[in-house]
Write a protein that binds this ligand. Structure first.
Ligand code: THU
Length: 138
């Protein structure tokens, strides 16, 4: 799968965003090491704190089906409708920590996109340096 195809899948996941409170619609497409893609969207709640980010939705879908090996995630988010957003949507700190649980920080790639043409790629280590993970508890 190309980076552009994964970004397209993130936009498709974003179509399902449930964000009546913030209006900030996020989609993620998480690719496993064997090429399966799990989509996720943000799911807000009237109680606010139960809100789940798009990235964690994708991770929890995958882990709940037995997948623990991931290579990259594409993320798109913003208040606009459609397949272009105004800015890059960076994963929040909680989502970075969930990534740290399951991904090699030197290898796992985070693709932040505004469109299929305009995107940036980071490793998890770049976004979460000196992270705390499963290795610290061994
Ligand atoms: N959001 C995500 O889905 N992912 C992030 O990493 C940052 C924030 C969502 C949560 C909430 O529904 C909305 O964006 C505004 O914070």
């Amino acid at each position: 799968m190309t980076e552009k195809e994964l970004i397209e899948q993130a936009f498709r996941a974003r179509d399902f965003s449930y964000a009546p409170y913030s209006g900030f619609r996020v989609g993620a497409a998480l690719e496993t090491s064997n090429g399966i893609v799990y989509g996720g969207c943000n799911i807000e709640n009237a109680g606010y704190t139960p809100t789940n980010c798009a990235e964690r939705t994708a991770f929890f879908k995958a882990v709940s089906e037995g997948c623990h090996d991931f290579c990259r995630i594409a993320i798109v988010g913003g208040k606009e409708e459609g397949d272009v957003v105004a800015d890059y949507a960076a994963p929040c700190g909680v989502c970075r920590q969930v990534m740290m649980e399951f991904c090699n920080p030197k290898e796992f790639q985070i693709i932040m996109a505004k469109s299929i043409e305009e995107y940036q790629v980071f490793t998890l280590e770049e976004l979460l340096p000196i992270g705390f993970g499963p290795g610290n508890l061994q």
